[in-house]
Design a protein around this ligand. Structure first.
Ligand code: HEC
Length: 157
């Protein structure tokens, strides 16, 4: 009789373990998100984190503007520096200040975001090389498919 109790307890504990591990894994992978009325995923971040992310976004837009302007002026080194300013260095800063944001983002979104920053580093390298302006324009166009893809799939609360 007593052994049966132990067995039942073991089974219950095992089930509880699987459920909690599963839930943890679900949130780690998908982040904390729900679907909004426009069909996009709303990523649940706090108001402060939202302001932080939007400020990062405005930096991306500003870097894009700088890159185009400097390229137009034939100043490739300044264009490369503008691209670098939003490269992987920016992610390191973000991780240091707001590491919890990165935990909350769904894995595919995080991948898209990190990929964008490393593409800016690649772009800086291309601008500094002897690549033609057409090739640089093409690379910028490809990089920006990431901006478009993420905005189409995700939004903030
Ligand atoms: C990994 C996802 C992701 C990528 C990549 C991304 N964004 Fe965003 N961006 C967002 C989200 C989410 C918002 C908030 C949109 C909303 O809530 O409707 C946003 C908002 C913005 C805003 C509005 C900022 C404000 O103050 O309201 C700008 C500008 C912007 N993004 C520019 C860019 C540019 C330029 C790129 C590419 C170089 C880019 N973003 C790439 C996720 C992304």
């Amino acid at each position: 009789m007593k052994r049966n109790h132990y067995r039942t307890a073991t089974v219950i504990l095992a089930v509880l373990w699987i459920v909690s591990a599963g839930t943890l894994f679900y949130f780690l992978y998908f982040g904390v998100a729900r679907t909004g009325s426009d069909g996009r995923q709303i990523v649940s971040v706090t108001e402060g984190e939202k302001q932080f992310l939007l400020q990062e976004m405005r930096q991306l837009l500003s870097a894009m503007q700088q890159i185009h302007m400097h390229m137009g002026n034939g100043d490739r080194e300044s264009a490369a520096r503008a691209a670098e300013s939003v490269g992987m260095n920016m992610v390191d800063e973000l991780a240091a200040v707001e590491g919890t944001i990165l935990l909350k983002l769904p894995a595919p979104m995080k991948k898209l975001g990190l990929g964008t920053h490393s593409e800016f580093d690649n772009l800086a390298r291309t601008i500094r090389s002897d690549a033609s302006e057409q090739r640089i324009q093409k690379e910028i166009g490809e990089l920006m498919t990431r901006c478009v893809a993420c905005h189409a799939a995700y939004r903030l609360p």
